[in-house]
Design a protein around this ligand. Structure first.
Ligand SMILES: [Zn+2]
Ligand SMILES: [Zn+2]
Length: 320
């Protein structure tokens, strides 16, 4: 099977060490980095757990809903259209301004610097559900206890793995790009903006500290945590359950109930069957907002050479 050979298309030219260290996130994860990672996962998650009781007590204003929704989908598409379909799989070509915008929008999701995200994800496709996959739920075996442990690992345990994906091997194209190195290096800044923009907007709209506080709770903490868990669910849930109408050499499945929240990424079986396709929800009724956005970019003249799937290509990948 050579179908996956074209999934990630990093060029193979070696990268000087000076450029690798210039990107955020080295080959080994340090202690301070692990602590920061833990905090940025745990604190928003506590807010997510508290969300219902807080909504009950404080009320949930329309301003908060609007801010959280806009931030959620802007950063979600930064990940799905930017980090995933563009930077990892090169499903389309674009101009410099949109490239940088997508790198920044994805960084605002606080899922790590773009170069590291892409390197991990390309490794995932290379070894999907085999030895070497950074986050397969089948890592510990097929019994129920092994799968439960594996699901935890695939969901978020893997993030704390000391061993990091070598970026110069899996993402040499990005390491060599000065724009991307700059965006990656400024990851701390995007994290700060992502956290402070909602309270700033909420405070100005309500002209009150209370408005800033509730916007911070919903628009920053709850929003970041929800997107984290939705993204990680693609690695855990979508590799354990779901329909498999397409041929792939792994256990990826299509999970319909995650389609809207994951911006179309939960049509994960098709994605592994045809990784460079700009559309993942290729069957009738499969909502894929990321593909819609790429289409708008194409119509605006900002995206070109888009790899849209045609009927023949889709049919060739069906299991039956
Ligand atoms: Zn996958
Ligand atoms: Zn992918």
């Amino acid at each position: 099977m050579t179908m996956q050979a074209s999934e990630a298309r990093p060029d193979a030219t070696p990268v000087p060490a000076s450029q690798i260290s210039a990107t955020r996130g080295g080959e080994k994860q340090g202690r301070a980095e692990r602590i920061a990672l833990g905090l940025f996962i745990a604190l928003p998650f506590v807010a997510l757990l508290a969300a219902v009781p807080v909504a009950w007590g404080w009320g949930l204003g329309w301003t908060d809903v609007a801010i959280a929704t806009v931030m959620y989908f802007a950063t979600c598409h930064g990940i799905t259209v930017g980090f995933h379909r563009f930077f990892t799989h090169r499903s389309f070509k674009t101009n410099r301004a949109l490239k940088i915008t997508m790198a920044v929008a994805g960084s605002l999701a606080i899922e790590g610097p773009v170069v590291r995200w892409v390197a991990d994800h390309r490794r995932h496709h290379k070894f999907s559900d085999k030895d070497g996959d950074p986050h397969s739920p089948w890592r510990y075996g097929e019994t129920l206890p092994a799968l439960l442990k594996g699901l935890w690992w695939a969901h978020m345990g893997w993030l704390f793995d000391e061993e990091q994906t070598p970026q110069h091997i899996y993402a040499p194209d990005l390491v060599k790009d000065p724009d991307i190195r700059a965006v990656s290096r400024l990851f701390w800044l995007w994290t700060t903006i992502s956290m402070l923009l909602p309270p700033l907007v909420g405070g100005l709209i309500g002209m009150s500290w209370h408005g800033a506080l509730t916007a911070f709770f919903w628009g920053s903490l709850v929003r970041v945590s929800l997107l984290h868990h939705v993204t990680w669910s693609i690695n855990s849930i979508c590799h354990a359950v779901g329909a498999r109408p397409f041929k792939s050499r792994d256990r990826s499945g299509n999970v319909w109930w995650l389609a809207v929240l994951s911006c179309g990424e939960s049509w994960h079986n098709l994605h592994h069957a045809d990784p460079t396709s700009a559309r993942h929800g290729v069957l009738r009724g499969q909502v894929d907002s990321s593909a819609r956005l790429i289409r708008w970019f194409e119509q605006a003249g900002w995206a070109r050479d888009v790899r849209w799937p045609d009927a023949e290509r889709i049919d060739a990948r069906r299991t039956a």
